[in-house]
Design a protein around this ligand. Structure first.
Ligand code: 5AD
Ligand code: SF4
Length: 444
């Protein structure tokens, strides 16, 4: 009888992609069906995140909710792994709170999940394995992808930046870059299978540094060389390392989308310094200006945080000013969350929750107004959408434009996996609605 699995993913794109790897490993180990609900699955895997407290609380709540089901079905396996488990002492705390969890693993041994499954099958006792140090970079692509025509490709792991608020360097370890030849082979394989949008992933892609000395802009050039039409995206770029060589690659390579995700975090130089970001607001804006000059039409999206320790009303106003000056096309906004073990957690002047809430509301209002304004400019224009899916309920096909805006349209043929040009008739929020003016074909 076939066995089913259910994976619950928290956090960033890197985690979403790593859950694809876990799905691939599960499939290689006899779990062939994806179960719609965790209650029905033979194994439930939680791939956790610890970047903010919210993410941890969510995961703990959902793991706890399986206690009753596990009691009724003791053969069901429960595995918990990823960033949250990689924190010091986290595995022990989890086991104490939820002794029914069968497998615990970290970020450094995700690729060994198959071996942990085998070990669990041979013993009654839980398998708890969270290696303290990163192993070598895994070059195998075990991924079971369900994101056609989009695919994520890891180019590097870890982070060396130690921004003072951030837990990532502690749970993901030091930077390790994949060999460019392996990345090229993976991308070429995906393109040959019909994937049309590739997103390169790394915590800071600008510090990509494999043994052969290939730089990140060189990697982009090698990936695009001799290829037909497809879209290439990357995330995330740290502004401190974002420079002319990358801007030149963006200008030269038609496949690279004209959207750069460049997290600014704050607009006050004093706060940026405390955050250990290594740039000022002016330097950030100059980079954005240079990018827009060399790559006309290029859009910038960002991450912004409010309520960092000691942030004053004046500091926060500078963030609002920067948002206006940078004219972001979209922004992910966050309330600072105190992460134990980071330098910011020990700083004076932690900001009360009411103040953080009031600031995030003001920020979100501004960001939304700018996003709506930008979308409105699309009315009457023709945009190219890579069709991703069909929304049965609404009877509409959907996909994204180069800038990540969702486009909805009707079609009699099935255009999933193809580029389609639509004329925008309605633009609300970040979604565009239109009708097809031309199907661009699969690879033209
Ligand atoms: N609190 C709130 N937001 C955070 N981020 C990283 N660490 C924290 C934290 N401790 C945000 C940053 C980063 C994004 C991925 O998450 O804005 O760019
Ligand atoms: Fe965290 Fe900074 Fe590294 Fe990004 S660059 S993962 S914010 S430490």
């Amino acid at each position: 009888m076939s066995k089913s699995y259910h994976i619950v993913t928290y956090g960033c794109q890197m985690n979403v992609h790593e859950s694809e790897k876990l799905a691939g490993i599960l499939r290689a180990n006899g779990y062939t069906e994806e179960s719609g609900a965790p209650e029905e699955a033979d194994i439930v895997v939680f791939n956790t995140c610890c970047i903010r407290e919210n993410a941890e609380n969510h995961a703990m709540g959902n793991i706890g909710a399986l206690k009753k089901i596990k009691r009724a079905r003791p053969d069901m396996l429960i595995a918990v792994g990823g960033c949250m488990m990689q924190q010091e002492g986290a595995a022990q705390r989890l086991r104490k709170k939820f002794p029914f969890v069968d497998i615990v693993f970290g970020t450094h041994n995700l690729d060994d999940f198959g071996a942990l499954l085998t070990r669990k099958a041979a013993q009654k006792k839980a398998v708890v394995e969270v290696p303290a140090h990163e192993g070598s970079v895994c070059e195998e692509d075990f991924s079971f992808r369900t994101s056609y025509p989009n695919a994520w490709v890891n180019i590097m792991y870890g982070c060396n930046n130690f921004c003072s608020y951030c837990i990532v360097p502690y749970v993901r370890g030091r930077e390790r870059s994949r060999d460019p030849e392996h990345i090229l082979r993976e991308v070429q394989g995906l393109l040959a299978k019909g994937y049309r949008e590739i997103t390169l992933l790394g915590q800071n892609v600008n510090s990509y540094a494999p043994a052969d000395g290939t730089s990140f802009p060189q990697l982009l050039r090698r990936i695009c060389e001799g290829q037909g039409k497809f879209r290439l995206r990357f995330m995330t770029s740290n502004p401190k390392d974002f420079g002319e060589e990358l801007i030149a690659a963006l200008a030269d390579l038609p496949q690279v989308c004209n959207l750069v995700h460049l997290p600014v975090q704050a607009g006050s130089d004093r706060i940026l310094k405390l955050m250990n970001r290594h740039y000022t607001a002016r330097e950030y804006l100059e980079k954005v200006e240079l990018l827009r000059k060399r790559v006309p039409g290029c859009e910038v999206s960002t991450d912004i945080m409010v309520g960092f320790p000691s942030e004053t009303e004046e500091d926060f106003r500078r963030t609002l000013e920067l948002v206006k000056a940078a004219d972001f096309s979209s922004a992910f906004t966050f309330v600072y969350s105190r992460r134990s073990g980071t330098r910011a957690a020990e700083m004076e002047g932690q900001i009360p929750e009411e103040v953080q809430k009031e600031r995030i509301m003001r920020l979100v209002e501004l960001v939304n107004a700018q996003t709506r304004e930008k979308s409105r400019k699309y009315l009457g224009k023709t945009v190219e959408i890579l069709c991703e899916d069909h929304d049965e309920k609404r009877g509409l096909y959907l996909g994204r434009d180069e800038y990540g805006r969702m486009g909805y349209f009707k079609s009699t043929a099935d255009p999933v996996g193809r580029f389609v040009k639509i004329k925008v008739e309605d633009a609300s929020g970040i979604s565009l609605y239109g009708s097809i003016v031309q199907e661009s074909g699969e690879n033209k």
